[in-house]
Write a protein that binds this ligand. Structure first.
Ligand code: 5GP
Ligand code: MG
Length: 191
């Protein structure tokens, strides 16, 4: 169980949105859904790091298919004003994906600028198929039309941390997902 004593970072949360136990249960189910969708096929997984690292590590162990894993690094800078730059590719793929069944994994689908950009880039490399999976979905925040094929949890429009999601590179190791206290969201930039 997550206690403040064992995990002091927990005290920085306003509230917990998804518990460690709920994540574990949902990730198992998602793994089964993904395995059913791909049948016996090999899957080329592309994880968007750093955010998707923890989710991907747990999810892949619930998928019995043969899997190849690659990572891509994207910076999506944002701030509390409405101006947002386009996501930027910082580290590209090293595996070939032409003719492969690709599953793109990210931590959270928000405006959808990031996933739609990466999906477009991957689409140009002629995969046999392309599906997307996100742990969290803030559907109310879309700026680009995009839906993921597999979604862990729908969440409200709140800034969340934990289980891979950071604030200024911290809190990724929290085992649950929670809303960061607003008094701690300073400076307001987050990526
Ligand atoms: P999008 O391009 O869909 O707006 O944003 C996706 C990226 O923004 C995610 O990969 C994540 O890095 C970041 N992001 C969006 N919402 C949140 C949030 O509530 N918490 C954190 N830590 N990152 C977020
Ligand atoms: Mg991210």
């Amino acid at each position: 169980m997550l206690t403040r004593k064992k995990f002091p970072l927990h005290a920085d949360l306003e509230n917990v949105l998804v518990t460690e136990q709920a994540i574990r249960r949902r990730v198992k189910r998602l793994g089964a859904d993904i395995a059913a969708a791909y049948g016996d096929s090999e899957i080329t997984v592309i994880a968007i790091i750093n955010g998707a690292i923890l989710f991907t590590a747990d999810l892949l162990r619930e998928i019995p298919n043969p899997i190849r894993l690659d990572c891509i690094r994207i910076a999506s800078y944002r701030n509390d004003t409405k101006s947002r730059s386009q996501p930027q590719l910082l580290q590209s793929l090293s595996l070939d994906i032409g003719g492969r069944h690709v599953l793109l994994i990210d931590d959270i689908l928000d405006t959808a600028k990031t996933l739609s950009l990466v999906a477009k880039m991957i689409g140009k490399l002629n995969p046999a198929s392309l599906r997307t999976c996100v742990l969290l979905d803030k559907r109310g925040r879309r700026e680009v039309e995009f839906e993921a094929d597999f979604v862990g949890f729908q969440i409200p429009d709140k800034f969340v941390v934990g289980y891979g999601l950071d604030f200024a590179e911290r809190y990724r190791n929290l085992p649950c997902i929670g809303v960061l206290k607003s008094t701690l969201q300073n400076p307001p930039e987050w990526a």
